[in-house]
Design a protein around this ligand. Structure first.
Ligand code: ZN
Length: 479
């Protein structure tokens, strides 16, 4: 019992005395974390200068919403009604080419050129509209193509005024945006005479080693085939004779884009499918020229357009009741969004990164001359470019993508450490933490030893005192 008492007194003394003899002086941390934002942007998108947050999804939605059915129908009507039949050997063929080139040039960011070549002793041309890449080092291109010629007596509202109308409407909308990859809008000539213009273009591209990521050919996209399932009014014809990576994956990309942004009634079909027609029919438009040259190419085509009773005749006009311009506009939305997605739009990033300083935390006490600053940061739009750190009035130190930094030889007293995160668009966010360094604090081991001396002294004194009070050798006398 006494033994326990003296131990208790001893421990109790340490706890009582320790705070009074430990030099806890002058340690004051100033809890503070402040933010400071600056803004920047890259590229151009929807010309809004306010602080709108634009992600890739926003850009694709903007593109889809700007595709306009009235414009689509107007382009088709100029070709079918105003210009009319336009086989390669008529003056109207050149009128159509000039109309297409003027429309492309009127965008202000697409420039049109003529690709001349000789066919059957006649000089004819393809029209090539180029929307240049924002990155000159990126040589890859995506081609949107459609033939603009017709057979001799057909106004060609569907074959292929619809494909050219789609091309012009997609060009009009995409020209307002900036992409990482060049986009070419190519109107092919003399398709009706054996894919002549597309074959010339594809062979030239092959010889000059052009880096064509994908060709999307549009030939006939407005006939609402009454025998088509409601979710399959349009086809994406892909080359089913090559590996998945070479063609079908692009068809899947179109389907995914349609599902996400448009919900068009479109399905994919392989060039090896003989459910509807014998397979040689899948070569009946300009994509076959690119398949032959080894390029990835797709054909956007109305459901089993081989059955269209109006084409290649004077009946192929704007007045056909089953010509559905909403369907053609849906196809344009799908093509525009897919091309934009594959060409990688430049995103306007007006949002600074997020940043949090992990250490030193609020209330942090620094008892040595070294400090490790650690933080976490992220940026969802353009991504983190680098971090910078700064101590007090010192210079900013670029630490790249590291998320910690060591400061040494800190003087005693108050300090401020700053961390800055900068995203790839140049937006930045800055945080700071105030802390105090005090190296005069005794190390913990010495604190304990010093505290033990008076504690043990007091304990010994108490024990001695208690022992003295205790009666010694009590003898009981029995009378
Ligand atoms: Zn055609």
């Amino acid at each position: 019992m006494r033994k326990i008492t003296s131990s208790f007194v001893c421990i109790f003394s340490i706890f009582i005395l320790l705070p009074t003899i430990t030099p806890f002086h002058a340690v004051q941390t100033v809890p503070s974390s402040e933010s400071n934002y600056t803004y920047g942007f890259i590229g151009t998108a929807v010309g809004s200068a306010n602080a709108e947050i634009l992600t890739k999804k926003d850009v694709l939605e903007a593109i889809v919403s700007q595709i306009n059915e009235t414009k689509f129908k107007w382009f088709d009507s100029i070709l079918a009604n105003t210009i009319g039949p336009r086989p390669y050997y008529l003056v109207s063929n050149m009128e159509a080419a000039e109309f297409i080139a003027n429309e492309l040039n009127s965008t202000g960011s697409i420039f049109a050129t003529y690709q001349w070549f000789t066919y059957a002793g006649k000089k004819i041309l393809n029209v090539i509209g180029t929307l240049p890449s924002a990155d000159p080092s990126n040589q890859s291109r995506i081609v949107v193509g459609a033939h603009f010629d017709t057979v001799s007596d057909a106004p060609g509202a569907d074959d292929n005024g619809s494909g050219v109308a789609l091309l012009l409407e997609v060009a009009r909308v995409l020209s307002r945006f900036t992409f990482d990859c060049t986009i070419e809008f190519v109107a092919f000539n003399a398709e009706e005479d054996g894919l002549v213009g597309s074959n010339h273009y594809a062979q030239q591209a092959l010889e000059s080693g052009e880096d064509i990521l994908l060709v999307i050919n549009i030939d006939m996209c407005i006939w609402d085939n009454p025998s088509a399932p409601s979710n399959e009014k349009l086809w994406i014809v892909y080359d089913g004779t090559v590996s998945y990576e070479d063609c079908e994956r692009f068809a899947d990309s179109i389907l995914e884009t349609s599902y996400t942004y448009v919900m068009a009634p479109i399905q994919k079909i392989s060039s090896t499918n003989n459910t509807y027609v014998s397979v040689e029919n899948w070569r009946r438009s300009d994509q076959a020229s690119f398949w032959d040259a080894g390029f990835s190419a797709l054909w956007i085509f109305e459901f089993n357009g081989f059955q269209n009773p109006y084409i290649h005749s004077p009946a192929d006009s704007m007045d056909i009741e089953s010509y559905n311009f909403t369907l053609g506009t849906q196809a344009a939305r799908v093509v525009a969004a897919t091309v934009a997605k594959l060409a990688t739009p430049f995103i306007v990033d007006l949002v600074p990164p997020t940043l949090r300083i992990i250490s030193p935390s609020v209330g942090y006490k620094v008892e040595s001359s070294k400090l490790t600053v650690t933080w976490i940061g992220s940026d969802t739009d353009s991504g983190i470019d680098h971090y910078e750190v700064k101590l007090d009035e010192g210079a900013w130190i670029n630490v790249g993508n590291n998320t910690s930094y060591n400061f040494a030889e800190l003087n005693d007293g108050k300090h401020t450490v700053y961390v800055k995160a900068v995203d790839k668009a140049g937006n930045s966010v800055e945080h700071l933490v105030n802390f105090t360094v005090d190296t005069t604090i005794f190390p913990p081991m010495w604190t304990v030893i010093i505290a033990l001396v008076p504690a043990i002294t007091v304990s010994v004194a108490v024990v001695y005192f208690l022992r003295r009070k205790k009666p010694a050798n009590i003898t009981t006398f029995v009378p």
